[in-house]
Design a protein around this ligand. Sequence first.
Ligand code: N01
Length: 535
Amino acid sequence: MQVDRDFDALIVGGGIAGLYLLYRLRGIGMSALAFEAGPNVGGTWYWNRYPGCRCDVESLEYSYSFANDLQQEWNWPERYGTQPEILKYVNYVAEKFDLRRDIRFSTRIKSATYSRRKMLWTLSTDKGENIRASYCVMATGNLSIPQTPDFHGIERFKGDWFHTGLWPHEGVDFSGKRVGIIGTGSSGIQSIPHIAQQADHLYVFQRTANFSLPARNGPLDPQIEQRHKSEYPARRKAAFDTPFGISGYPPPDKSALEVSEKERTHIYEQKWQEGGQISFLYAFNDLLLNKASNDTAAEFVRQKIRKTVNDPTVAELLAPKSHPIGTKRLILDTNYYETYNRSNVTLVDVSHQPIEEISCDGIQTGDAQYIVDSIVFATGFDAMTGAILDIDIHVEDGFSINEAWKQGPTTYLGLMMAGFPNLFTITGPGSPGVKSQMILSIEQHVDFIADCLQHLRSRDLFQIEATFEAEESWVKHVKDVADSTLYPLANSWYMGVNIPGKPKVFMPYVGGVHTYKQKCDDVVANGYTGFIMSP
Ligand code: N01
């Protein structure tokens, strides 16, 4: 047994995952300390404050389920939570459960080293401290390392520039300014309508058109909220039996190709009017499996774009053709396509004439120069692996995570990595996390970890690690499942292709939350198969 540890467990991250883990570990009598790079709780909801930022999962689903009083007493004003509202909620949770006292804020972990002899992780902070514990959990989030392309000349730019994932807390006033925004993923598509309303002129630099559906956001009907809350226990349970971890959408039983064109269009139209991505992807049972089926949904959305955007050339540029619908994050927007009908908005297609450099007063593409006062980078994140690889994680006399993941991330169940004892990840690569209602997946992972630590303690065991065989077979399974879908056809951040030099590997598990949870439950029921536990 170790004697020189400071805590039972150390947690990296004070977002939604880190907070719940802290709560659970306290509940089982373990001492834990969390480290958070930001000065307050919230993780992704702390940093992403760009105009129009809101969640694309409905508020009543996107919330913690672990405390019934919490889910009953919190009121969500809108169908989809805004960033300030969600951050307020996370702060409320931290307050209610008195979690802040065990979080070291404004502290970044630089390295994590495991000694097999001592069975201890030592975490080193950017303040020069070393703290030791038996267990270490990476609650670092999947979208926490913003990616700004290495454009030549950015240091010469005389105006202001911002990344959507690191937005100034005091806000930005674009009134009277010429603004260039680079990127048309979720962050770009949510912020463009807001910036367009304020700016003198907005240039949108689009490399790849993306599919976006109307969110149909609005105030939450108190009766709907009340009914949903009264059904919470059943709904939360039902969510685990679905692929995306979201309740309330009966699974479709027909292929898009089984019905007439008239019926198909009618169904898509209903879904379009209803709003929401799960609803739309649930129009038929094979939209993410069969390209011909998917083409019907993609063409329906392209037609909507053509009807919405007045200028046919602009409409055609906005109509996505590079990937099947739903294989990149299916975006929800409010007035995105309508924004291109404004006279102060210009779409700049950089698919063939890429951005070459940033000059002192603007953005230079292959064929033109755009003079701007401000630039917004909505260029995404080093997703899923970025925050983990940012820390020098290694085992003494063993290897580092950088070496282990050279060819792409390898995990067992997205929870542990072979060769790294007592180190856990929450919603990491190989788990359904980013392809699900994140908070539900976070709670499932945290519960797995807390139960596992309790199991170890009750048997006087201290060390757990995934076997290489279990990891290898899980990695193969994750790949086989992805290859049976249309997901690998898109150049998405799920594949790591947005980061130069990153291995091209499809990282999330897309077998569905229901299948995944059953597999985790079976692993536990069979005595933690695929893990080695030792005294
Ligand atoms: O980032 P992205 P994001 N020149 O990677 C473009 C979650 N999220 O921050 O596609 C020109 O999706 C790039 O172009 P291309 C959600 O899971 C959720 O928008 O690579 N363009 C792309 O258009 C989401 O998926 C919410 O050709 C360049 C864009 O930048 C994830 O976060 C809200 C470029 C990046 O899009 C990431 O979304 C926001 C270059 N050199 C985010 N480099 C909600 O809950 C990159 N791009 C609603």
